[in-house]
Design a protein around this ligand. Structure first.
Ligand code: ZN
Length: 494
């Protein structure tokens, strides 16, 4: 069981894929491609990785009055925050040897923890964590996989100055305009088609949806990541929304629309740059994740807004309207919405999983995503040290002679980081997607923040006291929990 856990964990977070993929299955000349040949680079669990001890006590490190100082308990790893540039790249002032500030940190850690940051035996941070640019572009790509458009799937992601995601969108029909009803055909395939029998008059582009789905009061001074260079209609919206930088994956054909975008972006002072993935990017690998939810309730897929709409058979509901206004009968149109798009649960689980790739923890990477009732992502997080506490100076070790030389006193779990990095006023009534079933410290915060449902991928610490405590508190407070195993074994992120 414990060996299995280890294997699951190691397979969970590391995968090797060699392939060349293109971004979408469209007809465009230019494809957004990346070569993913990784050779044989295998990432293994470190030697001192060990399964959790069943004897691990929740309060094993407690000081007075039962308050655990070393949170989380030793048996649980992983988890943390998102965003803040601070948690990733140490500020220049804090670099050792590079300034007086660096020397201060070294001296302070020696004084307080007897920890020498220049000791070569220290466990250093993970090297192959994802850059912000790669991460946000991958989020855009994941959201594109929600698109029902059979020709083009485009995603966009808006990021504020604190590297917080404040809006995500993909191309699709407007709110409540059903996917099974309006036409998906493009005029490229059949020029004789009436324009009202094509998607063009109805489709909202990813950039516009990302702006309109924003979770913050505005998107001023933010960046937008989008898989394709914006057309002129989107360029207007981007400029008017106050976005100051466009990071795009693929160039558009050099048509009048593209030229108009470039003219307006330059006049408005909106920076544009093309993004190329700096390192090979493996797909998210869920192939080894096992459904262990037999002891608890089997996962049931929550009804989503789109599911409810689909079940109402909108083709019948809007038949007369479409006939009257557009002489269009969806039931005889051979071009239908795309099959194989990501379900909401698969999509949000993938976002949580992808977010883990930002973690600097060399042993365990955990990601979390919080989603509101409108299926908007309102917070993401991964395990890491607190804001402005350097990844390069604090210890990453799991085992050491002194508690202060281990990561546990310092690391913040993914769930807590996702809550604290929320882009909305609060997270009440929301659901949380997380790779690992939450520890008791996170459970307290989840409950107090008002989150109503926890959807997890992995429950390998099920029998530990910390998870038992979580389940007790979740059940008492009415927070529902369920395991979700993605329906796809691999999910591409570029
Ligand atoms: Zn936790």
């Amino acid at each position: 069981m414990q060996l299995n856990n280890l294997l699951i964990l190691s397979a969970l977070f590391f995968s090797i894929i060699s392939s060349t993929k293109s971004c979408y299955n469209n007809n465009h000349q230019t494809k957004y491609k990346i070569n993913k040949n990784l050779g044989n680079a295998v990432v293994k669990m470190t030697e001192n990785e060990s399964p959790p001890s069943k004897k691990a006590k929740i309060s094993s490190n407690n000081s007075a009055d039962g308050a655990t100082f070393f949170s989380p308990p030793k048996s649980i790893d992983g988890a943390t925050i998102l965003n803040q540039s601070s948690c990733c790249e140490p500020s220049p002032q804090s670099k050792i040897g590079s300034s007086e500030g660096g020397e201060d940190i070294k001296a302070m850690l020696l004084r307080e923890a007897n920890y020498d940051i220049s000791d070569p035996n220290n466990t250093s941070k993970r090297k192959n964590y994802m850059s912000w640019d790669d991460y946000f572009m991958a989020i855009s790509f994941l959201s594109a996989q929600r698109s029902k458009d059979p020709e083009d799937q485009i995603g966009a992601c808006i990021v504020d100055q604190s590297n917080r995601i404040v809006g995500i969108g993909y191309n699709g029909f407007p709110r409540d305009c059903p996917d099974d009803c309006l036409p998906w055909a493009s005029s490229k395939e059949d020029e004789s088609r009436s324009v009202l029998h094509t998607k063009n008059p109805f489709l909202c582009h990813a950039e516009v949806n990302a702006i309109l789905n924003k979770i913050s009061p505005d998107v001023n001074d933010s960046k937008i990541y989008v898989l394709k260079f914006p057309n002129n209609e989107c360029a207007k919206m981007i400029i008017q929304a106050g976005i100051v930088e466009v990071v795009y994956g693929e160039n558009q054909d050099n048509c009048d629309s593209t030229r108009a975008s470039r003219i307006m972006f330059q006049m408005a002072g909106v920076k544009t740059r093309q993004h190329k993935f700096s390192n090979p990017v493996e797909p998210l690998d869920f192939s080894s994740v096992k459904d262990t939810s037999s002891e608890v309730e089997k996962a049931t897929t929550a009804p989503t807004v789109s599911n409810q709409l689909n079940s109402n058979n909108p083709s019948d509901r809007y038949k007369d309207l479409l006939k009257r206004e557009a002489n269009y009968d969806p039931s005889i149109d051979k071009i239908r919405k795309r099959a194989g798009y990501l379900s909401w649960d698969d999509y949000f689980t993938a976002v949580a999983y992808l977010t883990a790739r930002r973690s600097k923890d060399p042993n365990t990477q955990v990601g979390a995503a919080i989603v509101d009732a409108n299926n908007c992502i309102i917070g993401v997080g991964y395990n890491g040290f607190p804001r402005n506490c350097s990844d390069d100076h604090l210890p990453w070790a799991r085992k050491a002679d002194s508690e202060l030389h281990k990561k546990y006193p310092y690391v913040v779990h993914a769930e807590v980081n996702a809550i604290l990095n929320k882009g909305s006023k609060d997270v009440k009534g929301s659901r949380l997607y997380v790779a690992l079933f939450p520890c008791n410290e996170c459970a307290k915060v989840i409950i107090q923040a008002g989150i109503k449902e926890v959807i997890y991928l992995n429950d390998i610490y099920h029998d530990t006291d910390t998870c038992k405590a979580s389940r007790i508190m979740f059940e008492m407070s009415g927070v529902e929990t369920r395991m979700h195993i993605p329906s796809k074994r691999f999910i591409d992120i570029i």
